[in-house]
Design a protein around this ligand. Structure first.
Ligand code: GDP
Ligand code: MG
Length: 728
């Protein structure tokens, strides 16, 4: 016992029910991490069953084992290098043909496979009938029928896997794809060449290696070169010769011919084992698709859905937002009453509560947005949207698939960048990651609201809409620029999968929503907390400031002057005098706070960086606010609040008045909005980009986006000023 751990890997197409079955088997005993070196999620679970310890691994979902995508490479390498005792291939019975492509490739590999014929309920309801015994015989593989979401057949599946792992079932007699004579000849030829030349190449099955070499599989070629030393170049030359020969025969790349032949093999299997009752062949998904992916009707419907999504996010989200806002207010007031005045209190209230509170209020919007996105995904609509957008995305040199991360970017760039993982080609992924931050995320909205509200009044809505459009237009231009320079290359061959529509399970919607929001909260929470503390500290120190005037005595003077007059007056006159005194004192307080901010460390920093922002019509306060916005864009607003000495008056009206008085012009406000849209996304996004694309691209992104932001801001301000001077 103990030493005898059986490892069982689950493979299968995306959406075949892999994760569902993995969850059924392992329950809560899961460990979630990443595959080494790449950003594909790895799930592993250990359980005791049938007196054994079993290690279950959820491989990434793939349609094949051709090394086009990271997922495919990860899944294949795991099987090749880690030699799991058994691979369970989860087959979507309602999509047998597609599932069998991966299955036949697994069959070609030197590993032990059990098939889980999943979604049998769905197949049945579509009138698809599969002859399990026949299929099992044709491929010489054990098959267990399952219904993942009802936990049916799972115990049998584990038993079959354990039995296979412990049997001495030899894999030599397995039924494989047979290729046409010429190709089989080439395979046999190369296989014996390999066996003769490379005695060090025991790692992989020689037939498989030969097949992969003939298919010009770069990964395998590399491995062979590494493992065979001096024989390597000879093997490569032999391979090239055979490939040329085959190309002559077929007038096409051998890998294409071989793929066709595999599909032919599969078509043969399907004919043998699958019957469809024509009576029930009313394909609902197809019928829905006739409408939703129709060129004329599809677009308006899509835009309607998106519009509804944003409406829900902003209107529905508004109520809980107000509740949370007043909750934060209550906490703040409560703490204020309880804790005696001290530096600690200042930090707690003006640093932590104010800073974190300003982010927490966005939680409802984010939950709703992610719920809608989960709904799109789980019903299958998301891939239709991607399908529709395909043509437009080609303007940037990307596929429709990249549209999904970009759409999510309007919510929050962090999960959006993570969503780019689904892209097959590395270049597509990087390009998508680089342009996604131009999608204006919800955190930037408060900044626009304040600035546009102050300087554009009734036109604020249109101005904000314009900022969003600017982001989209620039993403297209920048995308094209990068595609034709830094990230040149052909897009990976790619099929737009249209999975059948499903009625989503409410529970899984909630889980999807929560998974994303949790990540957002965790990252933003940490970053915001630190950012707020830094901003607070920079604006509160040094503590002792040499004020230009003695504010205390001025205040006393004002009070004394008014009090004498108040004492002598009565009724309405008295009330008016009292109000006058109040406002005189708060004016003094404001001046003092402004001076304090100016003389704080933040003020000093501001004075230093002021020249950088001057060409954009942004004063030192705006500059500092933008710098602190690096932590999170929401902080821009709260920093402005601190610097314009709005003080305890939390309402945005006070800030608007202060901004108007500050000498900022509408053009400067526009430049600032553009800057906020374009410059470095927040720290959480930067961290995510580093994790997903590496340090090099992260630095590039920081420099490029900030440079672009400055340039565009400058163009707006200077161009606008020039235009005003010369065109009127
Ligand atoms: P994965 O991406 O391959 O891991 O697939 P999931 O496990 O996420 O499953 C995709 C969807 O199929 C989920 O909504 C599951 O509830 C559903 N599902 C899984 N197994 C079955 C099944 O046997 N029958 C039906 N009707 N649905 C299933
Ligand atoms: Mg999964």
């Amino acid at each position: 016992m103990g030493a005898n751990i059986l490892s069982i890997a689950l493979s299968g197409n995306p959406n075949s029910g892999k994760t569902t079955i993995f969850n059924n088997i392992t329950g809560t005993r899961q460990k979630v991490g990443n595959w080494p070196g790449v950003t594909v999620e790895k799930k592993e679970g250990r359980i005791q069953r049938l007196g054994r310890e079993l290690k279950i691994i959820d491989l990434p979902g793939t349609y094949s084992l051709t090394p086009f995508s990271i997922e495919e490479i990860v899944a294949r390498n795991y099987i090749l290098e880690e030699h799991p005792d058994v691979v369970i291939d989860i087959i979507d019975s309602s999509n047998l043909e597609r599932s069998l492509y991966l299955a036949t490739q697994l069959r070609e590999l030197d590993c032990r496979v059990v098939f889980a014929l999943n979604m049998t309920d769905l197949a049945k309801s579509r009138g698809i009938n599969i002859d399990v015994g026949k299929l099992s015989e044709l491929l010489d593989v054990q098959i267990v029928a399952t219904v993942g979401n009802k936990n049916e057949g799972i115990d049998d599946l584990i038993e079959a896997a354990v039995n296979l792992a412990e049997s001495d079932h030899s894999t030599s007699d397995r039924r494989r794809v047979k290729y046409s004579i010429d190709i089989e000849a080439a395979i046999g030829n190369l296989q014996s060449f390999l066996e003769a030349k490379a005695d060090g190449m025991h790692a992989y099955d020689p037939r498989w290696t030969a097949i992969k070499l003939i298919e010009d599989d770069k990964v395998v070629k590399q491995r062979v070169l590494e493992a065979t030393g001096r024989a390597g170049p000879e093997i490569v030359e032999k391979t090239d010769e055979l490939r040329r020969h085959l190309f002559d025969r077929f007038a096409d790349d051998p890998e294409i011919v071989m793929t066709d032949e595999r599909y032919g093999f599969i078509a043969g299997i399907i004919k043998e084992v699958q019957t469809t009752s024509t009576r029930q062949r009313v394909d609902t998904s197809r019928n829905i698709d006739l409408v939703l992916t129709n060129r004329f009707v599809g677009f308006p419907i899509f835009i309607l859905f998106i519009w509804i999504m944003f409406q829900l996010t902003f209107t529905f989200g508004d109520y809980p937002m107000q509740w949370i806002e007043s909750g934060v207010g209550l906490i703040s007031a409560g703490l204020d009453a309880v804790i005696p005045d001290s530096l600690f209190k200042d930090m707690l209230l003006n640093g932590i509560v104010a800073g974190v509170g300003s982010v927490i209020i966005f939680l409802p919007n984010i939950l709703i947005l992610f719920f809608c996105i989960a709904l799109f995904e789980d019903t299958g609509y998301m891939s239709r949207a991607a399908f529709l957008m395909d043509k437009i995305m080609h303007l940037i040199g990307l596929h429709g698939k990249s549209f999904i991360p970009m759409l999510m970017g309007f919510g929050c760039n962090v999960p959006a960048i993570l969503a780019a993982r689904t892209l097959e080609s590395e270049k597509d992924r990087i390009l998508t990651i680089l342009i996604t931050p131009f999608m204006s995320c919800s955190a930037r909205l408060p900044v626009y609201i304040v600035l546009a509200g102050t300087f554009f009044g009734a036109k604020a809505g249109s101005v904000i809409f314009g900022v969003y459009v600017l982001g989209i237009v620039l993403s297209i231009l920048v995308g094209r620029l990068f595609r034709s320079s830094l990230l040149k290359g052909a897009d990976a061959p790619f099929v737009m999968e249209l999975p059948p529509y499903r009625i989503p399970m409410f529970k899984s919607l909630l889980i999807h929503m929560w998974d994303r929001s949790k990540m957002f909260l965790k990252k933003m929470g940490g970053v915001i907390l630190i950012g707020s503390l830094v901003v607070w500290a920079l604006s509160s120190f040094p503590r002792s400031i040499e004020y230009r005037v003695d504010y205390d005595s001025q205040r006393n003077g004002v009070t004394a002057a008014y009090e004498a007059r108040i004492r002598l007056s009565e009724g309405a006159q008295r009330a008016a005098l009292e109000a006058e005194m109040e406002s005189a004192i708060s004016e003094l307080n404001r001046t003092q706070l402004a001076e304090k901010a100016e003389k704080s460390y933040m003020g000093r920093i501001g004075k230093v960086i002021a020249p950088v922002f001057a060409p954009l019509g942004i004063d030192w306060r705006g500059g500092v606010a933008l710098v602190t916005g690096f932590f999170a864009k929401e902080i821009v607003v709260s920093t402005l609040g601190v610097l314009y000495a709005v003080g305890d008056d939390q309402s945005t009206d006070a800030l608007k008045d202060a901004l108007k008085d500050s000498g900022m012009t509408p053009l400067g406000a526009l430049a600032m909005m553009a800057f906020v849209l374009l410059y470095v996304p927040c720290l959480a996004t930067i961290t995510t980009i580093r994790q997903e694309a590496g340090v090099k691209w992260t630095l590039f992104n920081i420099v490029f986006s900030t440079g672009l932001a400055w340039l565009v801001g400058c163009l707006i301000y200077q161009g606008g000023a020039y235009g005003r001077a010369h065109l009127t």
